[in-house]
Ligand binder design. Structure first.
Ligand code: SF4
Length: 173
């Protein structure tokens, strides 16, 4: 279990925290590892561009683990009362549920189990990055509905993103 006493978030005020789904943070790391560090506003209206820029600018930013709608989802047109009404492309992952809300929750629960985290835990972006880097071997299992080549690419990109971010390695010990 993640030692909450380890949290060294320097901004205890909730107003300064970023509520984030674990897999959203992982996606930002994977994108960084794939060469993407700049974001534009998305037609969905979500806040990935602002949240990603904030995280990438400061590894000390305090994150709060959120399994429901997070700060990225907050302004999204698919966020209907805290539930995502979007669907995912299941053509290449037929074992995955079509509901993006169900799929996201599945991934986030797996990430939480792998990292020893739970809803409401707080840690810095660098600490979360360090935890993920220390559990990189869990990626194939977490994304087991994806084809192996996609999972391998994701694993490599997350690893590279953690190297570039960089991770706080003490968090994985
Ligand atoms: S998970 Fe759903 S509500 Fe959240 S940003 Fe993505 S599409 Fe929007």
């Amino acid at each position: 279990m993640y030692p909450t006493s380890y949290c060294c978030c320097r901004t205890p005020s909730a107003a300064h925290n970023v509520n984030i789904k674990p897999h959203h943070f992982v996606d930002i790391l994977a994108a960084l590892g794939g060469g993407r560090s700049r974001y534009e506003p998305h037609p969905y209206g979500h806040a990935l561009h602002t949240v990603a820029h904030r995280i990438l600018a400061d590894r000390e930013v305090c994150l709060r683990i959120e399994l429901g709608a997070d700060d990225i989802c907050a302004p999204c047109r698919h966020n209907v009362g805290g539930t995502c009404d979007d669907v995912i492309d299941t053509s290449f992952r037929p074992e995955a549920p079509a509901s993006k809300n169900t799929w996201n929750l599945r991934l986030d629960r797996r990430w939480c189990e792998a990292l020893g985290l739970k809803q409401g835990d707080e840690l810095t972006a660098g600490q979360l990055c360090g935890l993920i880097a220390g559990r990189i071997d869990r990626v194939p299992g977490i994304y087991r509905e994806l084809p192996p080549d996609r999972t391998l690419l994701k694993q490599r990109q997350i690893e590279e993103g953690a190297r570039l971010f960089p991770a706080d390695r003490t968090a994985s010990k």
